[in-house]
Design a protein around this ligand. Structure first.
Ligand code: F6P
Ligand code: MN
Length: 308
């Protein structure tokens, strides 16, 4: 008998891997939300005839709309207590009855200004057990991101491997790569920030990479830039401390921690240049930090340059 090839969908995979039901529900509902976000991006803001907005007549900015979609889907799981988003000033406590044993941080549509020029953008999510969102990223129990590019892909880790799924034409996320791991080194670099604002130590580090044949791969979208490093099995992304912004640009809770969790789970590293990103104890929701993230050797090299 020929073996029937059964494609593994996201929910089956989560159950097969023994991911806790509440955590799996959260990951799954974000995946559902992402399909509505894709739809909104394709039709929403273009003024196409016959397009309707899920949230009434008013056309919301895409990042605000993405936030509403994710917030509603997460509330719907009944498993989320606290919710923080790059789009909101304060933590939101969901009122719905349920177990509510998780809390979630979200960057609903990172790089949203790139939608207009048709470059890839993404959604980033971090998941904690309990209700406290202001805790170090090492306490995350899961993280995921979605890349809206030529394909829509979803990458998640629940602390037990890193997996990639691709949205097919039936609207299902199907497993496309499992147990993704980074090589110790890879000659790709993705440098954020303006060169004129670099600190001397960071400038020397970047010079070193350039002199040693590292290939520049920077799209200006954090999610696709990290995704490239993950799926090319290594390299380095940095958004450094700059002369006038010592904490860089990217946000610890919504952007850095979830990505650091995923990259570490793939065998890579994430550092401010001085300390492990996941060790930082956040004091406020919109805290920023510099980041060097990717393969071990490149991150260690950055640390060496910065601490000289
Ligand atoms: O969220 C901020 C963001 O858009 C990231 O996606 C990206 O990595 C970064 O800003 C790019 O910043 P810059 O335009 O300063 O290089
Ligand atoms: Mn962002």
């Amino acid at each position: 008998m020929p073996k029937r090839h059964v494609q593994k969908g996201l929910w089956n995979h989560l159950m097969h891997k023994g991911v806790d039901f509440g955590l799996a529900s959260i990951i799954y509902e974000v995946a559902v939300a992402s399909k509505y976000i894709v739809h909104a991006m394709r039709t929403g803001d273009l003024g196409l005839a016959g397009t309707s907005n899920l949230y009434g007549e008013e056309q919301l900015a895409l990042d605000v709309l993405a936030n509403e979609i994710i917030k509603d889907r997460l509330d719907h799981t009944g498993r989320v207590k606290s919710f923080a988003s790059e789009e909101l000033d304060d933590i939101l406590i969901f009122e719905r009855k349920g177990h509510k044993d998780y809390s979630v941080v979200v960057d609903p549509l990172d790089g949203s200004s790139l939608v207009d020029v048709n470059l890839a953008v993404g959604t980033i999510v971090g998941i904690f057990k309990g209700e406290n969102l202001l805790q170090p990223g090492k306490n995350l129990v899961g993280a995921m991101y979605i890349v809206y590019g030529p394909r829509t892909t979803l990458v998640y880790s629940a602390g037990n491997g890193v997996y990639e799924f691709t949205l097919n034409s039936l609207g299902e996320y199907v497993l496309t790569q499992e147990e993704i791991t980074l090589k110790d080194s890879n000659k790709i670099y993705s440098p954020g920030g303006l060169k004129k604002d670099y600190t001397e130590k960071h400038a020397k580090f970047i010079d070193f990479l350039e002199e040693n044949g590292y290939k520049l791969r920077y799209s200006g979208g954090f999610v696709p830039d990290i995704n490239q490093i993950l799926l090319k099995r290594g390299g380095l992304f940095t958004y450094p401390a700059l002369k006038n912004s010592p904490n860089g640009k990217l946000r610890l809770l919504f952007e850095l921690n979830p990505m650091a969790f995923i990259i570490e789970n793939a065998g890579g590293m994430a550092s401010t240049g001085k300390e492990r990103i996941l060790e930082i104890n956040p004091e406020k929701l919109d805290q920023r930090a510099p980041i060097y993230i990717g393969s071990k050797e490149e991150v260690q090299l950055a640390q060496k340059f910065l601490n000289e």
